[in-house]
Design a protein around this ligand. Structure first.
Ligand code: PEP
Ligand code: MN
Length: 337
């Protein structure tokens, strides 16, 4: 952090700022220029409230140099984090492919889809048992019954399970069934939930909030990482913009930005990013080309009758086609699927 003093700042004001900086546990490096003094804040310690320093007499501006997120940053942790998922080290050259329905609806539905996505080459099975729905009157998920059906599908296919947890009190129960906990877009800034999944030491798939910046996503990841739970995967799933042709706007930029700022693996969710099945393939291929470490895709054996997100769900045969094409894109950029 750099504190720029005003041209007419007095010696007393400068020394008061230096005293404050030192009182916060940091060193103050003073550099006296031709017409103003600049104070460099160096060292590490508790987060400094920039606004408070900016309010001090004689201070013109306080400029942040380092990032507000720490544990998730590549600067702080230069080695890439790899998260194991069914033989794939997510974040390595091998891509992960999580697929399955938006919601678990019935035994036959989840089993049929699980077998189909496994056949097509999926690494893990997704399916929501607790659903964050915009309307309280929409299908809310089967709850624990849905988790049991997911466990049965894992038993039958060997695919690990990725499923959403929406409530910190339910974390222990969901952990009993899930191999990876999903934090949905609507809960990216639910700090009690982030702390709970952090403490659980269970692997976490953290989705970007629909109105959250990349920086906020990384700060949310810091909550989980602060509990020494390092198995965190980030997911770009589209953001809200003025565009209405698609459900969300797929922020493809987020993928290279994240790859260059964090050591955590980054997945893309082309289903929620587009909201329409006919765009899912194009968005998937683009995500891989942009450097994503894998995909999470909604697949349903009968999308027309799905209880949630049927509009964006691929039929199993379309998913199998997508995997074939994705493999070729992966190869072109020296990755494996
Ligand atoms: C989902 O994965 O079905 C879901 C609700 O995703 P998001 O939180 O990204 O909207
Ligand atoms: Mn969904």
């Amino acid at each position: 952090m750099i504190i720029v003093m005003g041209i007419d700042a007095s010696i007393a004001q400068i020394s008061e700022v230096v005293t404050r900086v030192k009182g916060l546990g940091y060193d103050a490096h003073i550099s006296e220029g031709e017409d103003r003094t600049i104070i460099g804040v160096v060292g590490s310690g508790p987060t400094i409230d920039r606004e408070q320093l900016a309010m001090m007499a004689g201070v013109k501006e306080v400029i942040r140099v380092s990032k507000p997120y720490k544990l998730a940053s590549l600067e702080f942790h230069p080695e890439k984090t790899l998260v194991p998922l069914n033989g794939v080290q997510v974040g390595s050259e091998k891509l992960a492919l999580i697929a399955g329905p938006c919601s678990v609806e019935s035994r036959s539905q989840i089993l049929e889809t699980a077998h189909a996505v496994k056949e097509a080459g999926a690494t893990a099975l997704r399916g929501g048992a607790f659903k964050p729905r915009t309307s309280p009157f929409a299908f809310q998920g089967l709850g624990e019954e849905g988790l049991k059906l997911l466990a049965e599908a894992r038993e039958a296919t060997g695919l690990p399970i990725v499923t959403e947890v929406m409530d910190s009190e339910l974390v222990p129960m969901v952990c009993e069934y899930a191999d990876m906990l999903q934090i949905g877009a609507r809960n990216m800034q639910n700090y009690a939930l982030l702390n709970a999944v952090g403490k659980s030491q269970h692997p976490v798939l953290l989705k970007r909030g629909m109105s959250s910046t990349i920086e906020e996503l990384l700060m949310a990841a810091d909550y989980i990482l602060s509990h020494h739970n390092s198995r965190v995967i980030l997911c770009e799933r589209g953001i809200r913009t003025f565009e209405t042709a698609t459900r969300n706007t797929f922020d493809i930029n987020a993928i290279p930005v994240l790859k260059q700022t964090t050591h955590l693996p980054v997945l893309a969710d082309p289903s929620h990013a587009t909201g329409k099945w006919e765009y899912v393939e194009a968005a998937s291929l683009a995500a891989i080309a942009a450097g994503a470490d894998g995909l999470i895709v909604e697949v349903h054996h009968d999308p027309e009758c799905a209880v949630s997100d049927g509009r964006q769900s691929l039929k199993p045969e379309r998913f199998a086609e997508l995997v074939k094409k994705a493999r070729r894109v992966a190869e072109a950029i020296d990755r494996i699927l």
